[in-house]
Design a protein around this ligand. Structure first.
Ligand code: IMP
Ligand code: MG
Length: 174
């Protein structure tokens, strides 16, 4: 049976906010270039949409990590499934995530990437669920939307690999 999905953020709201965040990033990186690191698979829609509105020189690379956990929460044990194709030494890195939940995935990833000596490392996310944060040290530089503790899908986010393609953010009514 099809799940019922309640719209939390419309396609228009999401698109508009990404444009605003892109403007902020354009200002922050003026005169510099930025390398977007897309965290697969969830970050792919956000990263692409954001990249389209950036006017500073952009390059992109992709990384896939799995955080072992059951169902709808991560465990903190993170494994790199696909690493970056290129080194990041001396570059301005902007990690693009779909959602920061407990923060475990990003806490791990930031430590890994720091060891590769980028010039700078910042974090941007489509969604932020601060109520669920376990790793308080994870500093989010750019957040499109702060949402309550609800399990959401769409715009890259999945429930059992479904609904990533929805152009809006919705809550699965279980
Ligand atoms: P964290 O390590 O708990 O911050 O986990 C972040 C990852 O968990 C995200 O990149 C998502 O893949 C997944 N996740 C967390 N919350 C949600 C949600 O509400 N919907 C879909 N995926 C989620
Ligand atoms: Mg993810």
């Amino acid at each position: 049976m099809a799940d019922k999905i309640r719209v939390l953020l419309t396609e228009e709201e999401v698109d508009q906010k990404i444009r605003e965040i892109a403007e902020e990033i354009n200002k922050a990186y003026e005169g510099q270039s930025v390398k977007l690191i897309c965290i697969l698979k969830g970050g792919v829609f956000f990263t692409c949409e954001l990249a389209k509105h950036l006017t500073v020189p952009v390059s992109m690379d992709f990384m896939s990590v799995s955080s072992y956990g059951s169902g709808t929460t991560s465990s903190g044990v993170v494994k790199i499934i696909k690493d970056l194709d290129e080194p990041i030494e001396g570059e301005n890195i902007l990690i693009c995530e779909d959602i920061i939940d407990t923060g475990r995935t990003l806490a791990y990833l930031i430590e890994v990437l720091k060891q590769r000596h980028p010039n700078s490392i910042h974090l941007c996310t489509l969604l932020n669920k601060p109520e669920r944060r376990v790793k308080k040290q994870v500093h989010v530089d750019y957040t499109c939307f702060t949402i309550p503790d609800q399990f959401v899908v769409g715009f890259g986010l999945d429930y059992d690999q479904k609904y990533r393609n929805l152009p809006y953010i919705g809550v699965v009514e279980l």
